[in-house]
Design a protein around this ligand. Structure first.
Ligand SMILES: Cc1cc2nc3c(=O)[nH]c(=O)nc-3n(C[C@H](O)[C@H](O)[C@H](O)COP(=O)(O)O)c2cc1C
Length: 338
């Protein structure tokens, strides 16, 4: 729904611009804890500030959660549905979830830690059920949305197959349950992929400002607004590579909507998005919106959207404050770094 609202807003803003131009005529306590193992790797997660909450029906997600817990030295809490789901009746599960969703009825849960609000970062684990997060986890998030406001949520899941579109859809779905939380890129594995190495790489790549370390490998750029120059990079992705072919370019950015920390400009060309996931932009992110063929720059967080694809990042710390102060439209030149 949020996504539709966003697309509508973009269309509405475009229509308003057309009308305007026409008018101008010229123009828990955690239930399981293991603190005996030392943390390995260089995870950005602080064990004192991080909780792992997960649901698992047939123990695949449990296995993954245990590896995450031991590798990151993190507290684990395995929640369950008070009315337990059957282990051997997929269609029964699907029917029950569909009925509960139709009635706006979430699962009553057991073993939920009482101190969720004490943690800044919550890793949330679940099996994928019919392309969605298992319903007990949707229930947990919806029931704790207030406590989770302003917190980092890092999803991890297991499924029979890995499908990037499904993962992107789930990120969007989770953002609807906890609209005030910061949902970061997560980990999805099949049962045969659950192993310590994958978990350690995942933990090491987590960056709590939302930028995967993988994103830091890209082509250096500079953006210039008036006399001000800021450094950044364009990601080494299909969309980023396509965008590079249009540089240097000067684009006029305008306010998206009052109260939204983002400026945008419509592009007169399409960018390739083959295989690109949706995105959860962070401050400084440059994103391509494939629904509205627009380029967005962010100075805050807005949630997760399928139609947004990360292009790159303006890394200069001064950029956020600078852009947030631009009340009028402004020209921004984007060029390869000298
Ligand atoms: C009701 C139900 C629906 C499922 N739907 C999907 C699905 O849409 N896609 C998928 O890849 N796997 C699906 N699976 C497989 C589970 O996601 C997979 O076996 C997962 O690892 C189970 O995790 P668990 O052992 O922690 O419960 C489904 C399983 C169940 C029980």
């Amino acid at each position: 729904m949020k996504k539709n609202l966003r697309s509508l807003l973009i269309v509405a803003a475009s229509l308003m611009l057309v009308v305007f131009l026409a008018g101008c005529s010229n123009n828990e306590e955690a239930v399981e804890t293991d603190n005996s193992l030392p943390a390995t790797g260089n995870s950005a997660l602080n064990p004192d500030d991080t909780l792992v909450v997960y649901y698992s029906l047939t123990n695949n997600t449990h296995e993954l959660a245990e590896l995450i817990g031991s590798s990151g030295n993190l507290e684990l809490a395995r929640i369950d549905a008070a009315n337990a789901y059957p282990e051997d009746d997929n269609s029964g599960i699907n029917d029950r979830v569909a009925e509960q969703q139709a009635n706006n009825q979430f699962d009553e849960l057991t073993n939920v830690p009482e101190n969720v609000a004490d943690y800044q970062t919550i890793l949330v684990g679940f099996p994928i059920w019919s392309d969605e997060a298992a319903y007990p986890i949707q229930s947990f998030l919806a029931q704790h949305a207030d406590e989770l406001a302003g917190k980092n949520i890092i999803p991890f899941s297991t499924s029979a197959v890995v499908d990037e579109d499904v993962i992107a859809g789930i990120q969007t779905q989770l953002a609807e349950q906890v609209p005030e939380s910061n949902i970061l890129p997560g980990l999805n594995l099949t049962s045969s992929q659950i192993e310590a190495e994958a978990v350690e790489t995942f933990l090491q790549d987590i960056s709590l400002d939302g930028s995967s370390t993988a994103n830091e490998e890209g082509t250096p750029i500079q953006v210039q607004v008036g006399e001000n120059t800021f450094a950044g990079f364009i990601n080494d992705t299909v969309t980023g590579q396509d965008f590079l072919t249009h540089l240097p370019q000067t684009l006029t950015f305008q306010t998206f909507m009052d109260g939204y920390p983002e400026k945008y400009t419509e592009l007169d060309y399409e960018l390739a998005i083959d295989g690109m996931p949706g995105d959860t932009p962070v401050s400084g992110a440059l994103d391509y919106n494939s629904d509205s063929q627009s380029l967005f720059v962010y100075y805050g967080e807005v949630g997760t959207y399928d139609e947004l694809h990360r292009l790159g990042q303006i890394t200069d710390p001064a950029f956020e404050a600078f852009v947030s102060q631009q009340e009028e439209d402004f020209d921004m030149e984007i060029r390869l770094a000298e």
